[in-house]
Every structure is written in C-alpha cells, then in structure tokens.
Design a protein around this ligand. Structure first.
Ligand SMILES: [Zn+2]
Length: 291
C-alpha cells in the first residue's frame, strides 16, 4: 500500500504502513473537554486473553478483538483519541483493517465507544447495537441522562439493531448479547466461548460496568426505574456461565494490561455481581441519608 492509494486518514495510514511498537509510545494526548487518567490513554501492545481473544486497547480501557476464520469482531475502543492506536495494534496482529467485520460495544460512553466512528470509517466494519444505545451513539453522547453534554464523541451510525439474547455470528464466531441496563439504559454485556491459554475451553463474559458514578438513584426523573434495572442486570450477570470475566474498565475484573502478570486477581461474574450489589445498596443508603 502506498500513500497515494491509501484510503484512510493520514495518521491511520502512517500507523498501518509503519506500525510503531505500541508499547514504546508515550500516552495519547488529553482531550480538553474530557480529561482522563494516563492509564486510559496509555497504548499497550496486544495482549492475548485466549486463543481467539485479544485486548488491543490502552492500559486502562478495554478494546477486545475476537478473531475467527472469516474475520474479527471489535468490542469497544476506549477513548476518542485511540483510533490510530487500535489500527496499529490490528496491524501488529497481522490483520488488515478490512478483516474487522463487526463493531459492538458495552456502554455508549465516550471512554468506551469514543473512537468507533473513526474505526468504522477505517475498516468498513458494520456496527451492531441496541435501540437505546443507538440513539445515544447517534447523538455522539450528547444529552446523557447523568452527564449532559460532558462527554462527547463522534456520532456513530448503527447498522443492525440487536435484541436481548441475540447471537452475533461471523463464520465460526458466536457472540451472545445480554442487555444489562443501569450504567446506561442501553448497556450490554457479551459472552462467547474460546480456548484458554492452558488449552481448556473457557466461557468468556465481557460484563458492562455496574457502577453509578455520581448518579441520582432515588426518584431520578430521567430514569425512574434505574435501581430496578441495576438489580435485574446484576442478577443477569450473576447467573451467566463465566470462566473468565472481562470488563470495560479492566481493573473492575482484576486485569491490568500494562502489568505483569496482566491478571492481578481472579474475579468471576458472581463476585463481580455481588460487589456491585453491595456498592449499589451503600450508594442508595447514602443518598437516602442525605435527603
Ligand atoms: Zn460509563
């Protein structure tokens, strides 16, 4: 591929033509409007989670690539400024951008879907989401129920609307979506089967955030059933077959992609759900006491 025939934005092309070793790069720049900690912007080289499952994002934000014989599925991308890093990591894995066939996500917040519009342009992948999230993606994160216009990103057009429990299939890959509303009304978790690094089958769950950072939980006029949604989602995740748990914020499930070993502690879906339930109860109690 030459510069003349390159269809992608200049930076993405440069990254594809001569991929720099991702782990050697410094942190990506801050966004003036949405500043986040350095680990969320720190590129890391691809991390193998299981035979077909890779982390290709930054040290502190998950971007998962599930690869099969007919192409790959990207789940989440991290911050808006991470697009070129994701494409560089694809190249580091020997994949062409066009081999990414589907893009899906957890929550439609800027720190997880920020670069997906750019990645869609660069790869030609189709985007699958649910109706709730599709509306927020189309607004580029504007009018968020809790954050207003505080976390914006390039709007993303959804190509296929998913129903709860639906399978997204690509060749030999089968990902199942589980609606887990609460952190956002359109929050989604994902499960798929893979082979672990020890050669044994693993049922992987990528569970969306169950946190309510600064949210009003009691009598929220914009989201009246938020607590019921959280409780149902916690029960959904608690009941999933789950040998290996991953989360959009890796530390929430015991991972650190810039550490060795990358898995600092073992946490399963049950433990994750129970911790979320306890945190939710404590937050509700605090809110009640402050009334
Ligand atoms: Zn979020």
């Amino acid at each position: 591929m030459t510069h003349m025939s390159c269809l992608f934005p200049a930076l993405a092309c440069a990254a594809l033509l001569a991929p720099a070793p991702a782990h050697a790069a410094g942190p990506l720049p801050q966004l003036r409007a949405y500043e986040v900690r350095e680990a969320w912007r720190q590129p890391v080289a691809p991390v193998r989670i299981a035979r077909n499952t890779w982390h290709i994002g930054t040290a502190g934000l998950s971007a998962l690539l599930v690869t099969g014989k007919d192409g790959a599925i990207l789940i989440d991308g991290g911050m808006p400024q991470a697009a070129d890093h994701l494409l560089a990591n694809l190249a580091a894995l020997g994949l062409q951008p066009s081999q990414v066939k589907w893009i899906v996500h957890s929550q439609a917040h800027a720190d997880h879907v920020g670069p997906l519009a750019a990645v869609k342009r660069a790869t030609g992948a189709r985007v699958a989401s649910n109706a709730e999230s599709a509306a927020l993606l189309a607004r580029g994160g504007a009018d968020d129920l809790h954050f207003g216009d505080g976390m914006l990103y390039h709007p993303l057009q959804v190509d296929r609307l998913l129903q709860d429990g639906e399978l997204l299939e690509l060749g030999d890959l089968r990902l199942q979506v589980h609606f887990t509303p609460g952190h956002t009304p359109g929050s989604m978790s994902w499960s798929w089967n893979d082979i672990g690094t020890d050669g044994a089958p693993v049922r992987i769950v990528y569970a969306d955030s169950l946190s309510a950072p600064g949210y009003r939980l009691l009598d929220n006029p914009r989201y009246p059933r938020i607590v019921e949604d959280f409780r149902r989602s916690i029960a959904t995740l608690r009941a999933l077959p789950c040998d290996l748990l991953l989360t959009p914020h890796p530390e929430a499930s015991g991972w650190r992609y810039d550490a060795s070993p990358v898995r600092e502690r073992e946490l399963d879906c049950r433990g994750y759900a129970d911790a979320a339930g306890a945190a939710l109860d404590a937050q509700i109690e605090k809110e009640r006491a402050a009334r």
